[in-house]
Structures are given as C-alpha cells and as structure tokens.
Write a protein that binds this ligand. Structure first.
Ligand SMILES: [Zn+2]
Ligand SMILES: [Zn+2]
Length: 557
C-alpha cells in the first residue's frame, strides 16, 4: 500500500524534474508544497474518499487530479514522461547534497555532464566555479557529497586504494609490524575491489590483536577471521581489507601465491609443494622472471615471455619529459613557468604545455589571439632558461578538440605554429562506433596530429569510453605515425593497458601523459607507469622517455 510519505516523495520528484527540465517555476513550487503537506497529513491518503482528498490544505487543484490519477492507476503519466527524458546519471546527480535541480540543469546543459563521476572529475578540474550561480563553496560541497555517494560503490580507483593501504601499513610500522600489498594492489590494477596485505609473522593471538588495534586506528573493525587470515570492514570505508600472516619460512611462497590472479597461477602451473623461491620457480618453469604487475592472465603471460630483460619495461625514472599539461591560460591552476619549474625539480628535461582549444569554451579554451600571446610567453621563458645556461625546454602545444566531423579546431596557419598538436574528443561523446571511428581516424589522419589524447574518453567507475574500434584506431596511428596517449590521470588510464601490446606490435609509440591541471597532477605519470607495466610496455616505445635532443629530433620528424 502506498503510504503518505511515498506519495510525498513522488510529488517532490515531480517538482524537481519540472525544475530540471526548465518548466514553469510556479508549477514546480506547487508540487513542492503539496509534497510537504501530503507528508505531514495525519490520515492515510490512499484510503480517503476522493471528495475528502480535495479538502487537504495546501494542495492545488491541478495536483488533486494527479493524486487521483496516482491512486487509480498507480502512476502519473506526466512523471513517467519526465523520467523518460532524464538520463539515469542526471537523476543520480539530483541526489547530490548541496545542489538543487536548477543547478543540476545548469551542469547538465552547460557542461554536458550526465553522470556523477563526470561531475566529480569536472569539480577536480575546477569547472563548476566558472558557472553562473556557483562558487568554490558549492564545488567543495559537491565533491564531499559525491565522495560520500561513491563510498557505497564498493570499488576504488588505484590511487585511493594505494593511499589507503599506505595509511594502514604506516599504522602497523609504528608498532614494528611489517606488511606489504598482495593481489590487485601488488599487480597495480586500475580498479581495486579489496585491499589485501601480507603481514610478516606467524598467526598468533598477540600479533592478531596488534593488527586489530592498528586497523581500528585506520577505521576498520574485524569482520571475520579464519586460520591465518583476518577480514576487516569499516563503516565509512569503501572496500574490505584482508590480512594474511606468514612466518619467515612461508613468507616468500605466500607472497608469490597471493599476488597473481588464480588464472595466472593455473596457466603457469603453480604448485606450492615444489616452490622454493620466486626466481627459482620461473627458472624451473623455463620462464623469464615475470614482474608482479603482469601476473594477470594468459595474454600477459604470453607477452611477458617475449621480454628479454625486465629492466627494459617502463619505470618512472625512465621518463625524461612531461607532455600534455594545462595552465592558467585555460583551466589549470598554475602558470606555465610554475609547471615547468616543477618538472625541472623532478629531474625532467622538457615540458609540453597543451592548453584547451577554442571550442572548449567551458575550459577557457584559447582563441587565436591568446594562442599567440601564450607562445610569446613560452619563447620568453625558454630565452630565460637559455640565458642562465639551463638546457630545460618548454614546448608549444595545444589539446585541440576533435570536432563532430573529425576535423581539428584551428586553421592550418595556426596549427603549424605549435611544436606538436594533441587531438582529443571532448564533446558529443555519445556516438555509435561508426561515428566514433570516423571522428578519431580523421583526426589521426590530420597531418598536424602528433598525439591522440585519451583515446576513448572513459572515466573509470563512472563513464565508459565511446565505442571506438581499438584495432582500427591503432592501425591508423601506425599508418600515420601518430603516438597514442596513455592518459595517466587515475580516473582515465586511457589507452586501456590491455591494448598496449597491440600498439607495440604495430610499432605505435605510447606517450604517458599526466594531463596535469596543477603542479600536483604532474605526479600522476606514476599511475600511467603502473598500468603500462601491466602491459609490459617497453621504455623504448614510450615517447617521453626520449631525451631532449631525441625529442626535438622527433618533433622535426
Ligand atoms: Zn582532454
Ligand atoms: Zn587535457
């Protein structure tokens, strides 16, 4: 039986949807009032005679008719039709505290955001602050609210999971317990479903109690325990934590056993009884050493066996340059110089600034006159470096929008002023495979495109990429000598590492780009390296492992 509060909720939703779709404010307000009155009404509305219902105070005439319709049919046709034209993600956004339906409408229509995850990403890029009626306070409230909502989804981005594990391990270290990650974290998976740690020391009531205390400080309660294993949950935590214990004798074997997927153990034929050490195991199986990141499945195993020396697989310290970054010229928080200095501090040799292009109005994209001004600024900066004998270089780039027809955002005479052009899709993400292929491949074929930016537009845990055919895309990059980006933002990690092998086979280079919008973002290259290692990406196939001299040569083709 439909309760007063159910009826009240439906009318509230109705009012909110009317606001969301920009209908008459008077009408939406009357639904809001009715919702309030119906919720407070002391008798069950559903069992009242129709005439009596019309006596309920504060409910307008048009609304009585809807109430009758609801009670007679169990639904309201107008509500159904409003729901039908509202994307699911936009409905979700209406649950965010701190923004009402009118603000959601602005976000939806002006930023083309249709899911909660996209909205969080936009907040982190400082997009909301620029909207009419929004401010930093609203943006912060939205971030907090979304983070809370996502806390129920049961999965974490790798960066958050890794930080959480570090916090736990730090608590343990403080009482002289050592521990390290196993499973998904040890394999550097882009999405983590459970944090699994190996504690050094045999399972004992004393050690177990100490671990429990550390976990309590980190916000977790013991949920269950079996022999050698504790399982923790936290009221405000997204994923569970599994703790395993190993004494010195079993430590290496357990670490080896609980790092790979079960599939990997099966294909390599792992047998605990014949295991002596990790290195020994691979020798016994006549396999080269396989890095933990690649202990995933038969495909990664097959690729791993072709790698002569694991030292050739990309590492963070192989990187020599930082490509694809934003500054205050578009939607970044730092100046070009500040970003360049931060790269220098990391020991890098060059920095490529790729602010947004003119179509990206929401991101303060650069019109032609501002491009010329920015390039002047970069020239001066490079002169300043040169004058002080500093070989560090800043290169002029742009993240040019790939338009609906696959063309780039500027005329040839502007495109040719850049050292390199990154082409990315940012708008009209909803398209079928045919359209996606056409747009992306046309952009790849543009002679000015040197790098294809975040090739599917996905946002992990919140937005699938557009359905581009990866093989066709990579083949086109091979044919046109275009580099594919591995966007290293932990939400993107796009190109998906599962396609890196194919790119390597086709001779397509990968650029591990932070897409940094502030200094701190530069470090995201680390996450790109993590997932690139899952694919066994060789340092030699990574564009930004080139030295400055090699990179300049590559720019000149
Ligand atoms: Zn982009
Ligand atoms: Zn970007």
């Amino acid at each position: 039986m439909i309760s007063n509060s159910d009826i009240s909720d439906l009318f509230k939703l109705m009012g909110n949807l009317l606001d969301l779709h920009g209908e008459n404010e008077f009408k939406s307000r009357s639904y809001a009032t009715a919702s309030f009155r119906l919720d407070k009404y002391p008798k069950p509305i559903i069992s009242m005679p129709a005439e009596d219902r019309q006596q309920i105070e504060g409910v307008g005439k048009g609304i009585y008719a809807k109430l009758d319709e609801l009670i007679a049919t169990g639904t309201i046709a107008e509500l159904d039709s409003l729901l039908a034209k509202t994307p699911k993600g936009v409905l979700e956004m209406m649950k965010i505290k701190g923004i009402g339906p009118k603000k959601v409408r602005t976000i939806w229509l002006e930023l083309e955001i249709e899911s909660v995850g996209e909205l969080l990403y936009a907040c982190n890029e400082n997009r909301l602050v620029g909207l009419n009626g929004f401010g930093a306070k609203t943006q912060d409230a939205v971030i907090k609210s979304i983070e809370f909502m996502q806390s129920n989804s049961g999965k974490l981005h790798f960066d958050v999971a890794e930080m959480e594990a570090r916090t736990i391990i730090k608590e343990m270290n403080a009482v002289s317990i050592t521990a390290e990650p196993l499973a998904e974290l040890a394999r550097r998976c882009e999405i983590v479903n459970e944090i699994e740690l190996l504690v050094a020391g045999g399972f004992s009531p004393i050690l177990s109690k100490s671990v429990e205390d550390c976990m309590a400080v980190a916000g977790y309660d013991l949920h269950s325990s079996t022999e050698n294993q504790l399982q923790f949950k936290g009221a405000s935590k997204i994923v569970e934590v599994k703790i395993r214990f190993a004494d010195a004798e079993n430590y290496e074997a357990m670490k080896f056993q609980y790092t790979p997927t079960p599939e990997f153990l099966e294909v390599v034929g792992f047998d605990k009884s014949t295991f002596s050490s990790e290195a020994d195991f691979f020798t016994q199986k006549q396999l080269p050493f396989i890095i933990p990141e690649m202990r995933e499945n038969k495909d990664t195993l097959a690729w791993a066996t072709t790698i002569k020396d694991v030292e050739n697989i990309i590492q963070f310290n192989h990187l020599k340059g930082c490509i694809h970054n934003h500054s205050v010229w578009s939607d970044g928080s730092n100046t070009v110089e500040e970003m360049a200095n931060a790269c220098m501090d990391l020991g890098l040799e060059y920095f490529v600034i790729s602010d947004h292009s003119k179509t990206a109005v929401y991101a303060n994209g650069l019109q032609v006159d501002r491009i010329l001004k920015q390039q002047e600024e970069i020239n001066k900066l490079n002169q300043k470096f040169a004058a002080s004998g500093n070989p560090f270089r800043v290169f002029k780039s742009i993240e040019s929008d790939i338009l609906g027809d696959g063309s780039l955002d500027y005329e040839e005479e502007i495109l040719k002023t850049f050292d390199l052009v990154i082409a990315s899709v940012h708008s009209n993400l909803k398209m079928d495979e045919e359209k996606a292929n056409m747009r992306v491949i046309r952009a790849i074929e543009n002679p000015y495109t040197r790098i294809l930016g975040h090739p599917t537009g996905r946002l992990l845990l919140s937005r699938p990429g557009y359905p581009v055919n990866h093989k066709l895309m990579i083949d086109a990059c091979a044919a046109n000598n275009v580099v594919i980006e591995l966007n290293a933002h932990p939400y993107r990690l796009d190109l998906d590492w599962r396609w890196i092998n194919y790119a390597q086979e086709k001779g397509v280079m990968i650029s591990i780009d932070p897409d940094a919008h502030e200094i701190a973002g530069i470090n995201d290259m680390y996450y790109g390296v993590c997932v690139a290692r899952k694919a066994g990406l060789l340092a030699a196939n990574v564009l930004n492992t080139k030295t400055l001299a090699e990179f300049e040569k590559w720019l000149r083709r």
